[in-house]
Design a protein. Structure first.
Length: 99
C-alpha cells in the first residue's frame, strides 16, 4: 500500500502541484517573472557551480542513454560481465553525481 502511494500516486501529485503552482503564479503575478540569471553568474563560484551542474546533468542523461539503450552484446564484446557492467555504472554514476 505504501509503495503504491510513493511510486504510483506521489509523483503525479508532485507534478500536479508544480504545474498548478506555476500556472497560478503566472496568472496572478506574471510581471514578477524575470531572467536575472546574469546577476547570479557575476560571481566566480556560481559560474563554476553552474557549469559543473550542467556537465553533471549531461553526463547523467548520457549515462542513462548508454546504459539503458546499449545492447548486451556490446558490453560482452568489450569484455564486461554483468557484474562488471554494474560496477562501471555505479562508478560512473558516483563520479558524475558528486560533480
Amino acid at each position: 500500500m505504501l509503495l503504491n502511494f510513493f511510486f504510483g500516486v506521489y509523483p503525479y501529485l508532485c507534478l500536479a502541484v508544480f504545474l498548478l503552482g506555476s500556472l497560478l503564479r503566472f496568472d496572478r503575478e506574471q510581471y514578477t517573472w524575470k531572467a536575472d540569471s546574469s546577476q547570479l553568474l557575476d560571481r566566480k563560484n556560481l559560474r563554476l557551480a553552474s557549469n559543473l551542474f550542467h556537465v553533471g546533468i549531461l553526463a547523467l542523461f548520457g549515462g542513462h542513454f548508454v546504459g539503458l539503450l546499449g545492447p548486451h552484446w556490446l558490453w560482452t564484446s568489450l569484455g564486461f560481465s554483468d557484474v562488471g557492467h554494474q560496477n562501471v555504472a555505479i562508478t560512473a554514476g558516483t563520479v558524475f553525481g558528486i560533480t
